[in-house]
Write a protein that binds this ligand. Structure first.
Ligand code: HEC
Length: 193
């Protein structure tokens, strides 16, 4: 490209930037003149319904847990229909299957540690949080809150952490003490399990 052409190109770029800047500042001045204050004109406030659909994180204190409940018996049905195809009929995973969700308790400090929800995860609230957001893998977010409580209760019962007939809900879930609760060390000062 000859120098002349390059200069024209440069000039047109500068002109374009100037035009853009002018129109942006004009936009702000217009808003200013109207209300005598700077208005944020991009986006709109999120509605409570939209926020509730994405505000799904459950911390160990269980504060954000939704209403609902389920027992291991109810969860067994959900598991058989929606989880067993990948995690195995008894939750132990297997060849070509997804991770086991049962077993390994007490194995972490051995030469053959088996990490599962039961043996490794320090908080039962994480099980609810994870299943609600991510499982079943082929249809995430398709379970009702009752189904998530129930299937979590079933997995906890398979791991010997809950008993048949017990109910998992907003109150009982955060109270569950997972076997590996004290196996994690927090680096956050002042943060206690
Ligand atoms: C289509 C296969 C598939 C189905 C169906 C499925 N899962 Fe999973 N699940 C996976 C895979 C794969 C992983 C590992 C995901 C990863 O590591 O990112 C996983 C991970 C998990 C974990 C975490 C395991 C760990 O120790 O990290 C849990 C808990 C779980 N699934 C529960 C369920 C439940 C409950 C259901 C039924 C409601 C279900 N899954 C249905 C494939 C599936």
């Amino acid at each position: 490209m000859c120098i002349f052409k390059q200069r024209i190109l440069l000039c047109s770029h500068i002109l374009l930037s100037l035009l853009v800047c002018t129109s942006i500042s004009l936009g702000i001045t217009k808003a200013n003149a109207k209300d005598n204050q700077l208005k944020i004109v991009l986006g709109k406030q999120i509605s409570p319904e939209t926020l509730a659909a994405i505000d799904l994180t459950i911390n160990p204190d269980g504060k954000n847990l939704p209403k609902g409940s389920g027992t291991p018996e109810q969860g067994a049905k959900v598991y058989a229909a929606k989880c067993a195809s990948c995690h195995g009929p008894d939750g132990k995973g297997g060849k070509g299957l997804a991770d086991p969700v049962v077993g390994g308790i007490g194995s972490l400090a051995t030469k053959a540690p088996v990490k599962t929800v039961g043996s490794y995860w320090p908080f039962a609230t994480t099980l609810f949080d994870y299943v609600r957001k991510a499982m079943p893998l082929d249809a995430p977010r398709s379970l009702s809150n009752d189904e998530v409580y129930a299937v979590s209760a079933y997995i906890l019962q398979l791991n010997g952490i809950m008993k048949q007939g017990e109910v998992l809900n907003q109150t009982s879930l955060p109270k569950i003490k997972m076997p590996n609760r004290d196996g994690f060390v927090s680096k956050r000062p002042g943060y206690k399990h």
